[in-house]
Ligand binder design. Sequence first.
Ligand SMILES: *[C@@H]1O[C@H](CO)[C@@H](O)[C@H](O)[C@H]1NC(C)=O
Ligand SMILES: *[C@@H]1O[C@H](CO)[C@@H](O)[C@H](O)[C@H]1NC(C)=O
Ligand SMILES: *[C@@H]1O[C@H](CO)[C@@H](O)[C@H](O)[C@H]1NC(C)=O
Ligand SMILES: *[C@@H]1O[C@H](CO)[C@@H](O)[C@H](O)[C@H]1NC(C)=O
Ligand SMILES: *[C@@H]1O[C@H](CO)[C@@H](O)[C@H](O)[C@H]1NC(C)=O
Ligand SMILES: *[C@@H]1O[C@H](CO)[C@@H](O)[C@H](O)[C@H]1NC(C)=O
Ligand SMILES: *[C@@H]1O[C@H](CO)[C@@H](O)[C@H](O)[C@H]1NC(C)=O
Ligand SMILES: *[C@@H]1O[C@H](CO)[C@@H](O)[C@H](O)[C@H]1NC(C)=O
Ligand SMILES: *[C@@H]1O[C@H](CO)[C@@H](O)[C@H](O)[C@H]1NC(C)=O
Ligand SMILES: *[C@@H]1O[C@H](CO)[C@@H](O)[C@H](O)[C@H]1NC(C)=O
Ligand SMILES: *[C@@H]1O[C@H](CO)[C@@H](O)[C@H](O)[C@H]1NC(C)=O
Length: 446
Amino acid sequence: MTSSPPSLSCVLFLTLALILIAISPALTTSRKTPDDLHDQLMKTGIKITLNNIDSHGKFTKFERLHRAMNRGRSRLQKFSEIVAGKNPNISSAVHPGNNEFLMKLSIGTPPISYYAVMDTGSDLIWIQCRPCQQCFPQPTPSYDPNNSSSFSTLSCYSSLCKALQGSCDNGCLFFYYYFVDSSLFEGSLGNETFTFGNASVPNIGFGCIEDVVAGNGLNQPAAVVGLGRGPLSLVSQLGEPKFSYCLTSINETKPSTLLMGSQASVNFSSEFSKTTPLIQNPKIPTFYYVSLQGITIGGTNLPINQTTFALNANGTGGLIIDSGTSMTYLVESAFALVKNEFIFQLKLPVVEQSNSTGPDLCFELPSGVSTVEIPSLVFHFQDADLDLPTENYMITNSSTGVMCLAMGVSSSDLSIFGNIQQQNFLVVYDLLEETVSFMPTECDKF
Ligand SMILES: *[C@@H]1O[C@H](CO)[C@@H](O)[C@H](O)[C@H]1NC(C)=O
Ligand SMILES: *[C@@H]1O[C@H](CO)[C@@H](O)[C@H](O)[C@H]1NC(C)=O
Ligand SMILES: *[C@@H]1O[C@H](CO)[C@@H](O)[C@H](O)[C@H]1NC(C)=O
Ligand SMILES: *[C@@H]1O[C@H](CO)[C@@H](O)[C@H](O)[C@H]1NC(C)=O
Ligand SMILES: *[C@@H]1O[C@H](CO)[C@@H](O)[C@H](O)[C@H]1NC(C)=O
Ligand SMILES: *[C@@H]1O[C@H](CO)[C@@H](O)[C@H](O)[C@H]1NC(C)=O
Ligand SMILES: *[C@@H]1O[C@H](CO)[C@@H](O)[C@H](O)[C@H]1NC(C)=O
Ligand SMILES: *[C@@H]1O[C@H](CO)[C@@H](O)[C@H](O)[C@H]1NC(C)=O
Ligand SMILES: *[C@@H]1O[C@H](CO)[C@@H](O)[C@H](O)[C@H]1NC(C)=O
Ligand SMILES: *[C@@H]1O[C@H](CO)[C@@H](O)[C@H](O)[C@H]1NC(C)=O
Ligand SMILES: *[C@@H]1O[C@H](CO)[C@@H](O)[C@H](O)[C@H]1NC(C)=O
């Protein structure tokens, strides 16, 4: 054992103390520019608790899988539409979708608490505001700019307004297409202080939704925090190129964690992690693409064509890593190989699905047998062979004796590496190095 943990926490503590001293006067005298403030905050780092969207329902892991799958299918469908350019209403930078993790945050001065969806598949930070002509029902009162002393409108000449393709009308007015249920929002851009955990972050540009022009938005969240690569996202606005999350297992009641700034890599060790380059898709700057080059099941490297997961020049294809999609979805030809290999190696009866809402591959467990040997699964990302823990891809319902693969077939040529496969890894996004790293971590220990 080395002495690094104590010295690390010591450095952290000192940094924290220094930042606290430095930041309080700066806020009141506003000698610092917003960028300076964000820099300082990122040196301290921010730790945010994430709850699974189903964590308050009394669901078993199998039920959670089913619920997550239904959400994931609709998200996948919408992602595929964007990639195919089928939906003309989608403005360049904004791709909200269905989601899995909620973060608690506060907005304004005095701060009011909300739950917002964490979304690596979209950019805009948004919340329903008052007055709202027609809004989604939400559990907490909608945010009222009049009640916050730190609110101001963002100018239509701001870079964020340009990114949102907004128009000038007493501030920046924009229309925003919300995929999941094809709703159309109208809103304006605001400038506010957001509080994550106990870190207060001033000068955050966000969308204040004032009207739901079309759609009923039932069961939708009232707020979203976009963590995509585009200029509107929290990551881009903070100007800190590193963030990470650590998602607990789907059967776990303990919350997950989102880490920003210096905290993002506090528990990171390159020795124990795998790192793969990020790829940019100029057609969809929001998404985090990675290069998947192969898959090995139980030692058998599947004969997947090198072009299968490649990102095409016209913006189609490729594989994205996403926090808001539960299962991994692979293009049809690759999924067929995965499915056949599991069937071949497991030698268990396949449960025929009469119904498209179920997982794509389930097995009947032999009665009276408590453990089945499950073949290993390795995703070969460029420079990173990721060996997945069994619980990251096989989910068993012991009462019905059914075991399902937490992977499915994509409805388009876009593949998605989902959040079940990312469980119990610290997943570090580094936008300066253009990499994403996976470090095995017991995420419930954060
Ligand atoms: C197994 O499936 C049955 C039927 O769908 C469900 O009622 C039960 O809660 C499931 N058990 C677990 C452990 O998920
Ligand atoms: C685009 O938005 C308009 C409303 O502005 C709506 O009438 C139309 O159906 C939408 N198109 C799609 C493909 O959703
Ligand atoms: C907020 O204040 C403005 C101007 O004072 C007013 O027009 C608006 O109706 C107020 N909004 C609410 C929700 O009270
Ligand atoms: C805004 O403040 C008023 C007066 O303090 C209060 O009655 C109202 O509930 C507040 N609105 C919200 C949305 O918090
Ligand atoms: C934030 O809260 C944690 C515990 O809740 C505490 O240990 C830490 O010192 C706080 N940080 C700041 C900047 O107040
Ligand atoms: C947001 O408001 C703060 C002061 O409240 C100001 O310093 C900052 O420049 C504003 N940000 C933008 C982008 O206008
Ligand atoms: C979740 O599942 C894993 C593996 O099956 C098991 O080790 C763990 O104890 C379970 N956790 C809970 C909270 O049930
Ligand atoms: C891989 O796919 C491409 C395009 O579909 C095809 O041209 C090529 O022949 C395939 N390669 C192999 C080895 O099957
Ligand atoms: C995009 O490029 C791929 C590969 O070259 C091709 O198969 C596909 O048909 C193209 N899609 C569109 C919408 O042009
Ligand atoms: C599929 O299964 C769901 C729930 O398991 C059920 O509500 C639905 O009616 C089924 N659909 C068909 C076509 O059997
Ligand atoms: C993160 O690192 C700290 C300090 O080294 C350690 O106490 C903590 O257990 C680690 N957390 C996880 C989830 O590994």
